[in-house]
Write a protein that binds this ligand. Sequence first.
Ligand code: UTP
Length: 295
Amino acid sequence: MTENKKLRKAVFPVAGLGTRFLPATKAVPKEMLTVVDKPVIQYVVDEAAEAGIEHFVFVTGRGKGVIEDYFDIQYELEQTLKSRNKNAELTLLAGILPKAGTASFTRQQEPLGLGHAVWCARDIVGNEPFAVLLPDMIMSGGGGCLKGMVELYNQAGGNIIAVEECAPELAHRYGIVAPGDKIGEGFRITAMVEKPAKGTQPSNYFINGRYILQPEIFNLLETQERGAGNEIQLTDSMLKLLKQQDFTAYPFRGVTYDTGAKDGFILANVAYALEREDIRPTVEAQLKAMIAALK
Ligand code: UTP
């Protein structure tokens, strides 16, 4: 059994091209598109902070500098707000600022794949377990996805992967895990298949974009050849690590929005708008009217 070290660091790979969201992502990183009034990345960082993460590692790329600026002081803006006594806005900005020294940024010079982006964080992470959060997936409810994973990690150790159930006919689109013995809220993973051929999937549990990994994954990523889509895939190295270490699945019971896809992004906006007392009445009334008009 792998040593059960405390989880302190999380990696956010934000270096992808976001081609599914062009033309918006030509000049704006998809992680900075807003869901109601916060950029997508803020929801994901909040999820990590609520799970007890102390150090936030961003793997950025070309054109993503605005993410670094977002998590920094904006001196001129703050001075202007102060001079206008905009105290509520100042408090809001202070709330999103990471404590000094708790955010690190490194750059993936070429978008060679998710596995390569994670590998770029190896020196900042060092020899300890770390979380990976895909920054375009917003997890809502369910008590916090990473928080639930940390509880399972404290029990099971090793590597933890969050999963969700999909309709059987959609399994060929995802990374799918094969279930073994039950452990607490989750179950051991006995195998993983990336995009199984239709009807061959070992279960309907797909990998939803949250991981707790042991640092040995970096050695495997280092020698990793390109896989599907000619990219260095994280799943390929996890498959190799599965032969050496335990992997446990955490079934997430909330709702996931894939904001890197147009429909997921719109749905996230609608869902979060309906949770907001200030705008819910207008949004709800107009949505109902729009839907009624369709019939
Ligand atoms: P995706 O495939 O969802 O992101 O990768 P993408 O490549 O940006 O999107 P599309 O498909 O072109 O629309 C999953 C995550 O991995 C990151 C992405 O930023 C995303 O959060 N990623 C992917 C990197 O950081 N580097 C890469 O080379 C590839």
